[in-house]
Structures are given as C-alpha cells and as structure tokens.
Design a protein around this ligand. Sequence first.
Ligand SMILES: *Cc1c(COP(=O)(O)O)cnc(C)c1O
Ligand SMILES: [Zn+2]
Length: 401
Amino acid sequence: MSFLSHLECSRCHQTHDADRLQNLCACGGPLLVRYDLKAAARAVRPANLAGRVSSLWRYRELLPLRDDKNLITLGEGMTPLFPLPRLGASVGLPDLWLKDEGLNPTASFKARGAATGVSRAKELGVTALAMPTNGNAGGAWASYGARAGISVTLVMPTDAPAMSVLEATAVGAHAYMVRGQITDAGAIVGRSAKAHGWFEAATLKEPYRIEGKKTMGYEIAEQLGWSLPDVILYPTGGGVGIIGIYKALLEMRELGWLPDNVRLPKLVAVQAEGCQPIVKAFREGKDVSEKWENASTVAQGIRVPKALGDFLVLQAVRETGGTCVAVSDADTLWGLEQISRQEGAFICPEGAALVGAARQLLREGWLDAGQRVLLLNTGAGIKYPDVMTPKLPILELNATL
Ligand SMILES: *Cc1c(COP(=O)(O)O)cnc(C)c1O
Ligand SMILES: [Zn+2]
C-alpha cells in the first residue's frame, strides 16, 4: 500500500489534495508528493525489500499509487549499477561507477517517470494527456499511455532524435513537430491542452513523474548496501532526475534507512556548453535561471533553455555541497568514445557528457581521486543512431582478413 498523504507546493508550501487531479500550485510552483513517512518507517524496513519485484515498484509504500489495479508497468527500474575500473583508471578516478538507465523499457530513464505518471493519471481518471518532449519522454509516455488506454499527444522540435519519433508513433501517439525548442513546443501544448481538455503532463507540471525518477536514489542506496557514493553526476535538462534523487535521499534519511550521520552525496548538475542556463545561474549565485538563447547540443535530452524546476535543481546542488558544470560537445563525444571502448557501455550522449564533466572536475581539483563517484547514465546509445556514423570497409566476397 501507499503512504501518500498530500501534495505540497515547492515554492509557497501550501498543501494540496493528492486525490484530485493537479497541475501547478496557484502561485505557479510545482507540487511535490508527501507521504506519512513515520507510518511508512514502521511498515517497511530495508530488509523487507529483498524478495520484492525487481522494478521500481519494490518501493511501493513510497510511491503515489493508491490501488494496484491502476498500475501500468513495463518492468522499469532496478537498472544495473557497476564499477568502471578501466575508464576510472584512465581518467584518474579509481572508484568510478555507472548506473545504467539505458536498460529501462523505452531505453531511457524517462520510463520511470512515465510509469508513475501514467499510472496515477489513470487512477485519477485521465483519458487524454499532452506534453512537449525532446524525444525520450515522448517515447516513454506514449508507450505507457498505450498500455493504459490513455490518448497521448506530443509536440517536439523538428530535430528530435528519429528513433524516439519512430517509437512514439509506433505505439500510437498523436505526434507533431515545431521548428523551435522544447519551450516553444511547451507553449503550444499549454494552449491546446486547455482548448481540448487534455491533462498537461509536461516536466514538473504534474506531480507524479518525479516520484518514478526519485527511485533512482532509492536504488543507488540499496544496490550499494545502504551506503552512498560521495558524488553523483547527473545530465540536467528539466532537472526531474536530480530533484527526485535529492527527494529520495531526504526521504530515506527520515525513514531511518541510511546509516546515522550519513553524508549525503554531493549532487552535480551537468549541462552542455550550448545550453547551460542552470550552470550560469549557479555561478552567478542566483536562485533561478534565465532562458538560454539559441540552445544547441548533441545531447538533446538536456537541451532545455528554461526549466520550471530550475530553483529546485539549484537547491539540491547547493544543499548537498555539489556544483554545476558545462561540457562541450567535443568533450561529450570524447566521453562517449572512452566509456564505449574501455567499458563496453554504449551510452547516450547525455550520459557521456558526465565522463567529460568528471575529467574536468578532477582537473579543476573539485573532485579527488579518493572519492566514490557515480555517473548516472540516462539512456542507451542505440537510441541515437545519428551521433556516431561509422563507415565500414566493404569486402569482396572472396576476401580473407
Ligand atoms: C530527459 C533526459 C535528460 C534530462 O532529464 P531531466 O530529468 O529532465 O533533467 C537526460 N538524458 C536523457 C537521455 C533524457 O532523455
Ligand atoms: Zn504555491
């Protein structure tokens, strides 16, 4: 059962009814899901988790769904977490680790947010939803929407990765393109959702996507035997993942699931040089970001010129003693080559940006070689066939190598 109690505005802290369909608070702030953590702590201990389902639903008590009959799953979560000894040695971080979200259904961690978001939307009576997307969120929400029998409408930039467009349309989404950024797509969705009565499921405009993504935090702790890494690097677009991981850390601490006086990991928001509004705000000591003009990067999942939850990302980073760093596309592609060749992990460009970021932070002396550093890779390399385009030699039929 779920210990869901209510929703709380992340900005003005007003309480909202969790059992009514909600978007933002009247003040414009995103709503966060709150649980009766005292009761949950009495009902479930880490030791109880051992025999449970190998998906994010193993943390059932800390997820917002009231009734299992509304649960829409494709087996998301409990992705592998493993060391990167060869890459770690070559960049000078011997205790480097990867959590590989590319193994999720729909090949990205967007499956987590879609599983909880779509399940809860179904529970609250949604029959049609709409959202802007750079690709992976659209593929994921369209897939879970298909399974739930909910109609999904997507608006995405014309240069969205072809594989995600294929995925979303294959599972029956109503998909449209716009010559612009995800923020432009979001404006169209906002207007159209009102006109048609669609539920608006854009990043942080509904409260439940973050609940799926927070389970990455629970899994990291459980998979490391209820210990935590010193640093977590996260490729930040809208920031749901990093906000969610921070939320999970605070929840686990309150639940008593972490060792006493545990130091929370320093959370690092990694962005691309060509779209780094949150990095800029962090450097300037600001609490919110300004829209980034002419955003451009190979790591399209983090091409978000202005994030609704930017202030929550900055809070998570500052309160954990983390930092923000921007990586050039050249360093991202270097990172992709290194992690692929040295570890056999063909990850997405967003995840590869973390390799460049780790090298940069080590050079600057922000990281040191003794730290346990975890790279949170958000998706699979195979979803981006255009990023690397090898040309193979063609052999004659009678050839011998
Ligand atoms: C969406 C996405 C991101 C950014 O996620 P946020 O939680 O919105 O910051 C990073 N990587 C990939 C592959 C994505 O699809
Ligand atoms: Zn509010």
